[in-house]
Write a protein that binds this ligand. Sequence first.
Ligand SMILES: Cc1cc2nc3c(=O)[nH]c(=O)nc-3n(C[C@H](O)[C@H](O)[C@H](O)COP(=O)(O)O)c2cc1C
Length: 321
Amino acid sequence: METKLILAPMQGLCDDVMRDLLTRIGGFDECVSEFVRITHTVHSRSTWLRHVPEIATHNRTFAGTPCTVQILGSDANMMAINALEAVRFGANKIDVNFGCPAPTVNKHKGGAILLQEPDLVYQIVKTLRDRLPEHIPLTAKMRLGYENKDLALENAQAIAAGGAAVLTVHARTKVEGYEPPAHWAWVRKIQQVIDIPVVANGDVFTLDDFIGIRRESGCEHIMLGRGAVMRPDLARQIRQFERGETIQIAEFNHEIMNWIRLFFDLCMAKESNNKYPVARLKQWLGMMKKVYPEATQLFDKIRILKESEQVHTVLQDFQAA
Ligand SMILES: Cc1cc2nc3c(=O)[nH]c(=O)nc-3n(C[C@H](O)[C@H](O)[C@H](O)COP(=O)(O)O)c2cc1C
């Protein structure tokens, strides 16, 4: 079985433009939207399309990569009502978030805090599974726990028993935040107690990390988060490795600069009348600085700029230099 590589949902970081860009670069089999929070209201079509524009294009990114809609909440009934609406507007796969560590979200009983209540986790998954049409796959994503890992297996079993088709495990607890290490061996323990496929996730920043997570988790399928943003050709490298092809490593001044300029153009096409394109580019370069020294140089050149036109010129000059 060929590994499935999935681009992680990342609120505020991996929006539709970033998903578009990264899936164009290649290597990904699927991506997942940022979470859409479900409270006491029923979202309109325009809300769904704002969060997940791919719904309007057969749930695929420009490159044709399938995109799953992720929801987050704690009221099983409202989640089902909203998920059904998303499906009515075109969504064809729903993922449930049991991992978000954000205090505001947890305060309203959403995300990782639910991992303290496996019964509720079960009820949410079961309700969604019962109410969604059979042909709509339902998946879930969890952390290893909230404060500790005591309930990790129980939660995974609750998700499987509730009827999820696939479970992604971000191999850390809520209190571990994003601190390394991710506990890849725990994902193996989870896979051993449930019979649905488990996707391993956490701290894959390089091809070697990919080889490590595969070995330690025993999972076929891997989700890439921050590493895919920091090293935009990571999934492509992994795919080429898996296929025994020559691994093509992107050079900053060639491919990566082209992607940066494309990303900026795509951001401009989405929202040109506000800070969005410049802010998104700074955020991305800020992450790429950890991998590419050139990203630091470029970041320093645009750091104080606010106008898109100025940034556009800097990008052009930087690549030409
Ligand atoms: C900025 C940011 C936003 C995130 N937003 C979401 C989200 O909306 N839904 C979700 O399930 N996980 C979210 N996550 C968690 C990631 O999907 C992933 O599980 C985590 O980053 C670990 O993978 P990594 O080490 O490869 O980054 C987010 C992570 C980051 C860094």
